[in-house]
Design a protein around this ligand. Structure first.
Ligand code: SAM
Length: 230
């Protein structure tokens, strides 16, 4: 099991040797990812005949209309997976959460603690306002790891991971959330083609050893859990 970076932060004081080592290793991993950015290239995989994306406010999310189209396509692809829920880890202002929720009858769980990393209580209010009409949305105001460890919602059919984009956090998120994904379910990772988030691409690259590539339209990698990974 990959270590949750937030649990290390929570458990050990700043200069505790284990935490210092963990931080040093994490920084090295990201530096390595930047230096080898080209090596971690993921082949492009575009899908044809996708439906147009829903209308949304592009000022409230870094997800482009093309990527929103792929997220909705992934959601639709898993629609037959009955009671298995949809999850967005890192929901920010809720613009993507709302688009997902309005495109499915399944439960959509948004995980975001709204402390730091560009999000505040004010962001949380915007999120709540954005999803106010979506009765199928539940919010867990927790970090990814805390939500995952105390998960009350059962299996997952589709998870969109859009949290911190360093190697340690993305590796943890892939490892953790994929364990709750049902066979055939999809896991999407944002910011996988941006050299500013080289760690994210490196983590996605290694995940390809375990999962099938379902789509990669550029800056969004969608992986499928096959029987082999179950
Ligand atoms: C890039 S934004 C998400 C954007 C959103 N998915 C969208 O489509 O508009 C990243 C979010 O991750 C949240 N975040 C930061 N640390 C987190 C953690 N450990 N677990 C879950 N969410 C976290 C931040 O509060 C922020 O809202």
């Amino acid at each position: 099991m990959v270590i949750d970076p937030f649990s290390i932060k929570k458990k050990y004081y700043r200069w505790y040797p284990l935490r210092v080592l963990f931080v040093a290793k994490s920084r090295f991993d990201d530096k390595w990812a930047r230096l080898n950015f080209k090596r971690y290239n993921i082949p492009s995989k575009e899908l044809i005949g996708l439906a147009s994306p829903p209308e949304f406010d592009q000022r409230q999310t870094a997800v482009s209309p093309k990527l929103m189209q792929y997220l909705i396509a992934a959601l639709k692809h898993t629609e037959h997976m009955g009671n298995a829920v949809v999850v967005e880890v890192g929901s920010y202002k809720g613009e993507t959460t709302r688009c997902l929720a309005q495109s499915t009858n399944r439960k959509v769980i948004a995980v975001d603690p709204y402390f730091g990393y560009g999000a505040t209580e004010e962001t949380c209010k915007i999120f709540r306002n954005n999803v106010v009409d979506c009765n199928n949305v539940s919010h867990l105001k927790k970090t990814s790891g805390d939500a995952w460890r105390n998960w009350p919602f059962g299996s997952i059919s589709f998870v969109f991971i859009d949290v911190l984009h360093d190697y340690a956090n993305v590796s943890f998120d892939i490892d953790a959330w994929s364990q709750k994904l049902i066979t055939g379910g999809l896991l999407a990772l944002h910011d996988t083609a941006n050299s500013g988030f080289a760690g994210s691409r490196r983590a996605a690259y290694y995940a390809l050893r375990r999962f099938e590539l379902w789509a990669n339209p550029g800056n969004l990698v969608i992986l499928q859990k096959s029987q082999r990974d179950a």
